[in-house]
Design a protein around this ligand. Sequence first.
Ligand code: FAD
Length: 302
Amino acid sequence: MLSPLLLAAARSERMRGLVTSMPLTRGVVDRFVAGDDLGAALGAVRELGRDGLDVTLDHLGEHTREPAQAAATRDAYLRMFEALDAGGLAGGADASVKLSALGQALPGELALDHARDICAAAGRAGMTVTLDMEDHTTVDSTLETLGKLRADFPWVGVAVQAMLRRSESDLRDLAGHGSRVRLVKGAYAEPASVAFQGRREVDRAYVRGLRLLMRGDGYPMVASHDPRIIEIASALAAGRPPASYEFQMLYGIRAAEQRRLAEAHRMRVYVPYGADWYGYFMRRLAERPANLVFFLRSFVSR
Ligand code: FAD
């Protein structure tokens, strides 16, 4: 019941104003977001690195309607690569990019051009880039952009959402040699016409996708906190070389499990940072009602 409401709130400007103006929200946001600025993100990367965890960094922002804002997002990524490189933190690191933050909804090829600049700079720093997947209306455009980027930067990866009915067919196209695919359940409210609605159906679709990826000769990125999924993925990966797949989790979620997995597998943590945390934060609340209780309790307990 709560999840659809929270996901609808994630797109509401009125709710954004309300939630972001509450002074006490910050403490809860900090559980999921590394900080407002690059310095905080670098601190998180160092700390995770000490525990043997790789990272993918996300400069928070989405649904950009202004070309200037899209350019500012690109520039933030360029600064991130420079800082990671200068700090000796770029090797093995990845950047997660939302094309909607780069102007995907704007006319022309602005988002593609910005993404090209980002990939070129990431490549110079020895990093990779993964395109986040947003709501279902953006999937065709994201996969089209991925194809264009991969012509020049074959290591660009993409997230695929198991909850979408189309994803199994997308995964068959994407599971080939050299591809990097991050399999996720899906974080957006989607209609039944395009997405499985029940947890079990989504989980089953995830496992089908996992089998496809693990059988293929690409690089599967298993992004889930679900213990059952992790168990199945570990079993499916047993025949693969250790460097041919990885696990991924979000910053602040199941931190002890992240460290445990890192002992036997490559483990990457998705580290979001930046001032535009609202949409990301609301999706994390929607994923787990207990997070909402925690959030509300922070007001009551003052
Ligand atoms: P669930 O069944 O939702 O959760 C399993 C268990 O994990 C829960 O019981 C709980 O213990 C824990 N858990 C899960 N979520 C939370 C939470 N928010 N807070 C606390 N505990 C939690 N989605 C997209 O649509 N596009 C993307 O590009 C994308 N990128 C992602 C990148 C990474 C690295 C990860 C890990 C997730 C990404 N997601 C993305 C989100 C994803 O789609 C799911 O919404 C999210 O991962 C929750 O699903 P789950 O597989 O963890 O399983």
